[in-house]
Design a protein around this ligand. Sequence first.
Ligand SMILES: [Fe+2]
Ligand SMILES: [Fe+2]
Length: 270
Amino acid sequence: MRILFIGDIVGRPGREVVAAELPGLVDRLKLDFVIANAENAAGGFGITRAVASDLFAIGIDVLTSGNHWLDQREILAFIDDEDRILRPRNYPARTPGRGANVYQAKTGERVLVVNVMGRVFMDALDDPFAAVDQELSACPLGEGADAIVVDVHAEASSEKMGMGHFCDGRASLVIGTHTHVPTADAQILPGGTAFQLDAGACADYDSVIGMDKEEPLQRFTTKISGGRMKPADGPATLCGVYVETGPRGLAARIDPVRVGGRLKQTIPGV
Ligand SMILES: [Fe+2]
Ligand SMILES: [Fe+2]
């Protein structure tokens, strides 16, 4: 199975680069399943119904999220009925929405997607390792699912690497999100799970993690907030990873993807 995971889509520039580049990537890489983290898709903060519909219409099968999933309160009106949107699995049990689900790829094969959030330098949620363990045990790779993707939305590199090893041999891909910068460590771990510490964002990289530079610099240099952050509006780079699964659903290949905008470009050769 050929899977593309797209990192945090930030505002309109992020949505525009995904709309412009995804159809070409689907053709070129013969993609069977596309996942994107959309926690920053609506003006940099959260997900609206309209934004989600647009992202589904351009060929994304599932939207994951993170600490910003609830920034647009309207999501509460539809998250229980929209099983293509995930919020972190390790929120309190009574939180609306879901953090894991099984989907069908173009090939007809089953893909389990799990979204969890880290706890280091982040809100105190339930244990993300226990949450992932429950999902992987309930739906084992090669039995309940033909491929498994875990989006670990976390600040600390240590916690994300830990999650990679924790899932090694039980997931096709463990991919980090949240820090909005692609890391150069794409690898297949010893047990056969593909891993990259952070997918990067779909954002204008002439920015501070996708946001217009002025406001964060003012806050860093004066500790005075000048108002709301807004996405930097120059041309964005689509960042993500491409994964091919092999025997038993484990990874046969992982390649970083960076298309458009300022970052050095890389598209997997076919
Ligand atoms: Fe984000
Ligand atoms: Fe985040």
